[in-house]
Design a binder for this molecule. Structure first.
Ligand SMILES: *[C@@H]1O[C@H](CO)[C@@H](O)[C@H](O)[C@H]1NC(C)=O
Ligand SMILES: *[C@@H]1O[C@H](CO)[C@@H](O)[C@H](O)[C@H]1NC(C)=O
Ligand SMILES: *[C@@H]1O[C@H](CO)[C@@H](O)[C@H](O)[C@H]1NC(C)=O
Ligand SMILES: *[C@@H]1O[C@H](CO)[C@@H](O)[C@H](O)[C@H]1NC(C)=O
Ligand SMILES: *[C@@H]1O[C@H](CO)[C@@H](O)[C@H](O)[C@H]1NC(C)=O
Ligand SMILES: *[C@@H]1O[C@H](CO)[C@@H](O)[C@H](O)[C@H]1NC(C)=O
Ligand SMILES: *[C@@H]1O[C@H](CO)[C@@H](O)[C@H](O)[C@H]1NC(C)=O
Ligand SMILES: *[C@@H]1O[C@H](CO)[C@@H](O)[C@H](O)[C@H]1NC(C)=O
Ligand SMILES: *[C@@H]1O[C@H](CO)[C@@H](O)[C@H](O)[C@H]1NC(C)=O
Length: 845
């Protein structure tokens, strides 16, 4: 029966082999059908597992095992009602025990070999209606994962290269999941990759891949983490980064102010770390990342390059910056003001050069409403080494304006400034004229000094004569003789602070000469002064020249005295002589626009004859016959036309070598008249009527005569008389007379001296004669001919036959050439004098 059942069971088992693959179960129905049930059980190597076989204990059961990959079904343990019987095979499947009161099998210390299909054939109700169940238990034996270890193809890959990482493990049932973890240096752990394979490729390795790696392998049993491996990417250097401090950047690059401390820091990412070298204008200046210039100067301006090197890779990179050192201009700004636009405007200039960058300059001050137009035109945003502004006269109403230019520079804490002033010349323009020494040119000078800036001065004359503007003063040069008379030459002067132009004018006129008298008459022997003067204050005229009656240019000699200034010339003719000095004298001058001359007629007259004189008494005053008393009479006493007498005596027989008697107080002169010599005693007193002549030779016969004199005019001599014998009763009288005569002579002499002293101004000749003085400056006392006397005239100069006009005589100008001589029209000619006076006018406006 059991055999039958077993055979049947084996049969079914054989059948289920094919059926098992289809995992269906067959239920034995009441008509003897077998029931099949499938379960899966998972176990882990070394652990325990329980394989169930129905919920209740069957009457009989057989556990079998089919090794995967084989078809053979082999019994492991059975119980056919007579106790459990464990087969040898069970030893290879771990430590198998049957759980009591059940058909379940417990396997401890599960080996890998237990992996396979366990089949429990269970038989129930054998006695009544037997039921057969087949329980298929699929036991999976899993192996836990051993600790994996990580491998890298290259722990120091170069950036950009490709590498792999392998997660190696010895045992572990698949499927296995791999996770790679990345731990940065900062300790941040991230999952780097997942994979179901143990190897991952990392393409294009970069620096972010550096750090610690581990891998974690996981299967259904467990999960294990590997060791930690460090990956260091080799890279760089990157393009360096340069930090400049203090940080000032402009469109030109970095900038620093002179004397600052400037530090340059270079950083370039690199592994291993970079080596740094600094270059200034391509020459190496420093090695190391941090280059500090403690006191920077303008020469430090230039390009700074940082070279970073990765010595491991032998790669390098470089970066340059440009650094400009700012420095202020020297000194302070300088200001100036200058005229512009033909002196109608002011230009203010401010300059301050030398610094870098250029300083900022701007004008302040008395600018009023003036726009800074030149610098407003778009340039103001840029610094300028100089700045200029334009101010028009119309906008400037104040004299003495102050303008200030303020300059500022980045490198200076404080701004600096300069100032300039502008003012109008204090006075009015001044015009004057002069001629060159060689009389080739006439120069018209105009000046307007003292302003800031200088004024512009120019001349405008008639007929286009003029010149261009010059500063401060201007001289118009005219060829002598080309100047035009009568029309003004105008000097214009313009200053930028004044809207109006100032002027001064010169009108050139030919000179006009005047004289006090056209005709001058004097008595012979006197000095006479002829005058000649310019009517007005003329422009430069040539020297006033006198020509004498011979037409000869007069010099200062003993004969002539020439006194002159620019305005007049007086000619004194000394010791006039009737024939030699009478005549036409001419005074002449000229200037650039004409000449003139004036004639003065000098009439030298002899003095009139003195009245006749008669000797009324010629007598010896004693018997000794050595003294003669003389008395005389002037025929017409009422006249005063004599100045003295010449008392003469002579011997009647010629006695050469002998001298006649002389009087102590009288000078004795000798002259030869006729065959006999007259000895002369000069009596200079016109009042004397008597004279005693002594020291005569008693034995001689004398003749006496007396002659009146009037200056140089000698009158008729009286008839000569011989002295009469004294009367007989005259002795006492003679003695008395002699005494009286002596007294008289002494008295007369005293009188004469007093007279001479008192009248020495009027009678210099006599005075000179007595006192030996010469060259008196005084004029001779001159008697006038009665028909020509002008009452009240003193000094002996009078006008004779001149023009009736009471004013000074005027000479008429000649034609413009000073060389042509045109006769002077006679005085009184009613030719209207041409008004050619050169007057100098300065007309300010
Ligand atoms: C891996 O499994 C084999 C066979 O089961 C075993 O011999 C070996 O010791 C295991 N290795 C480890 C590290 O567990
Ligand atoms: C770690 O990495 C994650 C993702 O990259 C980031 O969000 C986190 O802030 C990081 N933490 C630290 C401490 O770096
Ligand atoms: C990794 O790279 C190797 C070699 O190039 C290749 O054979 C392999 O298939 C790659 N593995 C993966 C997961 O891409
Ligand atoms: C590395 O990581 C930083 C920040 O996460 C990122 O900005 C940078 O682009 C990464 N570099 C590369 C080469 O991927
Ligand atoms: C460096 O170069 C700059 C610009 O080319 C130049 O201005 C500067 O003078 C140079 N400096 C030196 C020290 O050569
Ligand atoms: C300057 O001004 C003067 C006087 O107004 C004029 O004659 C001259 O032509 C001007 N010059 C110029 C260049 O404008
Ligand atoms: C202008 O100012 C200056 C300086 O103060 C002075 O000398 C001059 O007289 C002034 N001129 C006029 C026209 O006021
Ligand atoms: C010369 O004459 C002028 C008048 O024509 C007179 O005013 C002046 O004083 C005179 N000079 C001398 C030194 O006599
Ligand atoms: C003066 O005397 C002279 C000669 O002796 C004589 O010719 C003349 O007529 C006299 N004159 C008078 C006015 O008597």
């Amino acid at each position: 029966m059991v055999a039958q059942l077993l055979g049947l069971a084996f049969l079914f088992l054989q059948c289920t082999c094919t059926e098992a693959t289809s995992t269906t179960y067959v239920k034995i129905n009441h008509n003897w059908e077998v029931v099949y049930q499938d379960t899966s059980v998972y176990g882990v190597v070394g652990k325990a597992v329980i394989l169930e076989c129905g919920a209740t204990l069957p009457d009989m059961y057989i556990w079998s095992f089919t090794k995967p990959g084989t078809e053979a079904i082999k019994a492991v343990v059975y119980n056919l009602g007579k106790g459990t019987r464990i087969q040898k095979l069970a030893e290879t499947l771990g430590k198998i025990t049957i759980i009591s009161n059940s058909a379940a099998v417990s396997i401890e210390n599960l080996p890998v070999a237990a992996h396979g299909l366990f089949t429990c054939q269970a038989f129930y109700d054998i006695e009544l209606e037997p039921k057969v169940y087949y329980y298929y238990v699929h036991l999976t034996v899993r192996i836990p994962i051993t600790r994996p270890f990580l491998l890298m193809s290259d722990a120091s890959p170069v950036e950009g290269s490709t590498m792999w990482m392998r997660c190696n493990l010895e045992n572990g049932t698949g499927p296995i999941q791999y996770v790679w973890q990345h731990e940065t240096r900062g300790g941040n752990i991230t999952t780097f990759a997942h994979s179901n394979t143990s190897v991952i490729n990392v393409t294009n390795v970069n620096r972010n891949h550096s750090g610690w790696y581990r891998c974690v392998a996981s299967n259904a049993v467990n999960s294990e983490s590997s060791n930690r491996l460090l990956l260091e990417t080799i890279f760089g250097p990157d393009i360096p980064q340069i930090d400049v401090s203090p940080y000032t950047i402009t469109e030109r690059g970095y900038s620093a102010v002179e004397r600052e401390t400037v530090s340059l820091l270079c950083q370039a990412q690199s592994n291993p770390a970079s080596q740094y070298v600094w270059f200034h204008n391509n020459s190496q200046v420093y090695a190391g990342p941090h280059y500090t210039i403690t006191k920077i100067f303008r020469m430090h301006t230039g390009d700074y390059a940082c070279l970073a090197q990765n010595t491991y890779l032998n790669t390098r990179s470089k970066k340059s910056i440009s650094l400009t050192v700012y420095y202020p201009p020297d000194g302070s700004p300088s200001c100036s003001v200058e005229p512009t636009l033909n002196h109608t405007s002011l230009r203010l200039l401010c300059s301050w050069s030398g610094g870098f960058p250029s300083p900022n300059l701007h004008w302040t001050g008395d600018l009023h409403r003036v726009a800074q137009n030149e610098s407003d035109t778009g340039q103001q945003s840029y610094p300028l080494t100089n700045t200029a502004i334009l101010l028009r006269s119309e906008d400037l109403n104040s004299n003495n304006s102050l303008f200030t230019c303020v300059g500022s520079h980045i490198a200076l804490k404080q701004s600096l400034e300069c100032s300039t002033r502008s003012y109008i010349p204090p006075a009015e323009p001044v015009c004057f004229a002069y001629i060159t020494n060689n009389r080739k040119y006439l120069l018209l000078s105009c000046s307007w000094d003292g302003g800031t800036p200088k004024a512009l001065v120019w001349w405008e004359g008639p007929g286009g004569q003029g010149n261009g503007g010059e500063e401060n003063s201007n001289i118009l040069i005219l060829r002598y003789g080309t100047a035009q008379g009568g029309i003004p030459y105008t000097c214009h002067a313009r200053h930028p602070l004044l809207a109006q132009t100032k002027t001064c004018r010169l009108t050139l006129e030919a000179p006009v000469l005047l004289t006090q008298r056209k005709v001058v008459s004097v008595y012979e022997g006197s000095d006479v002064q002829l005058t000649c003067n310019l009517r007005a204050n003329y422009l430069p005229v040539s020297e006033i020249t006198w020509f004498n009656n011979q037409g000869v240019d007069v010099r200062d000699t003993s004969k002539y005295r020439l006194q002159r200034t620019s305005a007049w010339a007086n000619l004194t003719v000394r010791d006039t002589h009737e024939n030699q000095d009478s005549g036409e004298y001419r005074c002449s001058t000229s200037n650039a626009v004409g000449g003139t001359e004036i004639n003065v007629t000098l009439v030298v007259k002899r003095h009139p004859m003195p009245p006749n004189v008669t000797l009324v008494k010629v007598e010896y005053n004693g018997r000794q016959r050595n003294e003669v008393e003389l008395e005389w009479l002037v025929e017409s006493e009422e006249e005063s036309g004599w100045t003295g007498f010449i008392l003469e005596h002579r011997w009647m027989s010629e006695q050469p070598g002998r001298r006649g008697g002389s009087n102590d107080s009288k000078e004795e002169t000798k002259s030869k008249i006729g065959p006999l010599v007259w000895y002369q005693n000069i009596i200079q007193d016109p009042e004397v009527r008597r004279q005693t002549v002594g020291r005569l030779t008693p034995t001689e016969t004398y003749q006496f005569r007396i002659t009146p004199v009037n200056h140089r005019t000698v009158g008729h001599p009286s008839s000569a008389k011989s002295p009469a014998e004294p009367s007989s009763n005259v002795l006492p009288a003679v003695i008395g007379a002699a005494f009286g005569g002596m007294l008289l002579a002494a008295f007369l002499t005293l009188l004469l001296l007093i007279f001479i002293i008192r009248n020495r101004n009027n009678n210099p000749r006599l005075h000179d004669l007595l006192f030996g003085l010469h060259h008196s400056q005084s004029r001779e006392n001159i008697n006038f001919p009665e028909d020509e006397v002008v009452a009240g005239s003193e000094g002996g100069i009078e006008e004779i036959g001149g023009s009736a006009s009471s004013g000074p005589t005027m000479a008429l100008p000649r034609a413009s050439s000073p060389l042509t001589t045109t006769p002077v029209p006679p005085p009184g000619d009613d030719n209207e004098p041409v008004n050619v006076t050169i007057t100098v006018q300065a007309i300010g406006s």
